[in-house]
Design a protein around this ligand. Structure first.
Ligand code: MN
Length: 487
């Protein structure tokens, strides 16, 4: 790779910024490039490329996911304080305090060395604080990490493994939690071969054969469907074959599930047909037409438009039996839903409004986590909660009015009650789930409609609940209510 021309890479970056219509002063971008070029002059990457190639690749990725110009400039400058003689104060003098703060945040994250999840608590605290301060810090870190993973081969084996493992355990789950599917998939697939080399070999050996056969078949289905949809009056924005070969690691995780037990034939969405149509009404109409042609597989119709996944993902999924008895999955969505799925919080980046702050409702969990970590001094306790709040599956349940509440797996009605309101938690005495009375220790499932039964004379929660609740929010509020009573 040692023949990348930095000037050409910068021209490409300029072009991307212009094509994406990212606002801002392009002269500043040029200035940042010159500044970084000078600062890193003479430095080389382990890959043999001039160092500037790395910040350029980082900035390029940030432009591709629609970030604002300040973040792109910070991407160009991100390694200067750590790796050159030029201090942060020079960056502030030349590019202002907003850019300097971003660079400072990334520099701090760079100093956190991963030595396994258990010893990582202190680092995670700092990371979440930095993220809640300005979410762009973690997005720049993702872009930085993506390029480092692409050039990982140049590093010694133990370093490769450590960086790849950290990517799978920390960064990819955070990207998922922020609903940036595109970056999550890329991080995982780049790290996969370094962490599980044997399984990676296994999977890349079994995929192509199955995939080729199915792809050819789907090509025929695609043509037929296109014709039928057009006849049905649907405007097709895009109809494409989506291979899971793009997301090998997520396929791998799926193959490891007990009921699949490494049997590829049990995975129905190895490749799927993705349909993008103009409106939500078109999504349902298109699914109606599909089901008129092919019989849907029971239990496989998923309406993530009416019931979005906790990270905001929306789409209609259905799996059908085609005439030849083949099984094909369809994903139907609008362009807006598609961009949300690919870019998550970066999809509608509006730097003027958001100002890097976590005003977005999707990031409520992050602010709560940061508030809570200030109170908890014990690292083990902190780590347990982070694992639940960020690194584990989420469920979504409903209030009787139909509002969606997003909770970690294993959450109880008490978690739910405190999530809705403190007083609802303090006064709760029972719960009805889907109209059935349940105990307060009952574990909720996705889709449950939860109604909390309260006793208005009740003043404090039950101290035992601390043992059964899953969220940091409920734990904190129960403790606070009990302490208040003691006083
Ligand atoms: Mn870097």
């Amino acid at each position: 790779m040692a023949n990348i021309n930095p000037q050409k890479e910068f021209d490409k970056l300029l072009k991307t910024v212009q094509n994406k219509q990212i606002n801002g002063d392009l002269d500043m971008l040029r200035l940042a490039y010159d500044f970084a070029f000078e600062a890193h002059k003479g430095q080389m990457r382990a890959s043999g490329d001039p160092y500037i190639v790395h910040p350029l690749a980082t900035a390029q990725k940030l432009a591709e996911i629609n970030l604002d110009l300040t973040a792109i400039i910070a991407g160009l400058l991100h390694d200067i304080p750590e790796d050159t003689e030029v201090p942060l104060s020079e960056i502030e003098k030349n590019f202002g305090s907003e850019t300097a703060k971003l660079v400072e945040g990334i520099t701090k994250l760079g100093k956190l060395k991963y030595r396994g999840m258990e010893r990582y608590a202190e680092n995670l605290r700092k990371m979440f604080v930095a993220m809640s301060d300005d979410i762009r810090v973690i997005l720049i870190k993702f872009a930085d990490r993506l390029h480092n993973l692409k050039t990982l081969n140049a590093l010694p084996p133990d370093k490769r493994f450590r960086i790849a493992k950290e990517t799978l355990e920390i960064y990819a789950p955070i990207a998922d939690r922020l609903a940036i599917g595109q970056i999550k998939g890329e991080l995982e697939d780049l790290a996969f071969p370094y962490v599980y080399p044997d399984d990676y070999k296994w999977i890349t050996a079994i995929i192509p054969r199955e995939y080729k056969i199915k792809e050819k078949y789907l090509q025929e289905v695609k043509d037929k469907i296109r014709k039928k949809l057009v006849e049905g009056g649907i405007t097709i924005d895009e109809i494409s074959i989506q291979g899971r070969t793009k997301h090998l690691y997520s396929l791998y995780k799926k193959l490891l599930r007990p009921h699949i037990n490494r049997d590829l034939s049990k995975i129905y969405d190895l490749i799927a047909l993705r349909l993008i149509v103009p409106t939500i009404t078109d999504c349902y109409a298109a699914m109606g037409i599909l089901h008129g042609i092919y019989r849907p597989m029971p239990g496989r119709i998923k309406d993530y438009i009416a019931n979005p996944k906790p990270n905001g993902y929306q789409s209609l999924h259905t799996t059908v039996f085609t005439d030849d008895g083949e099984i094909v999955e369809f994903q139907i969505r609008t362009r807006e839903m598609h961009e949300q799925a690919e870019y998550g919080i970066a999809a509608h980046w509006n730097y003027k409004e958001a100002d890097g702050k976590t005003a977005n409702a999707n990031l409520k969990w992050l602010n709560e986590l940061v508030e809570w970590q200030k109170k908890v001094k014990d690292n083990d306790q902190f780590l347990q909660t982070v694992k639940l709040d960020v690194f584990q599956n989420r469920i979504f349940v409903f209030t009787p009015k139909g509002d969606v509440i997003d909770l970690p797996e294993g959450a109880t009605p008490v978690d739910f009650a405190y999530h809705v309101h403190s007083s609802l938690g303090d006064k709760c005495v029972g719960a009805r789930i889907n109209d059935q009375l349940v105990s307060l220790g009952h574990q909720l499932k996705s889709g449950d409609i939860v109604e909390i039964i309260t006793d208005k004379n009740r003043k404090t929660p039950n101290a035992d609940w601390i043992e059964t609740v899953k969220t940091s929010m409920a734990k904190g509020k129960i403790r606070a209510a009990i302490n208040k009573l003691k006083k």
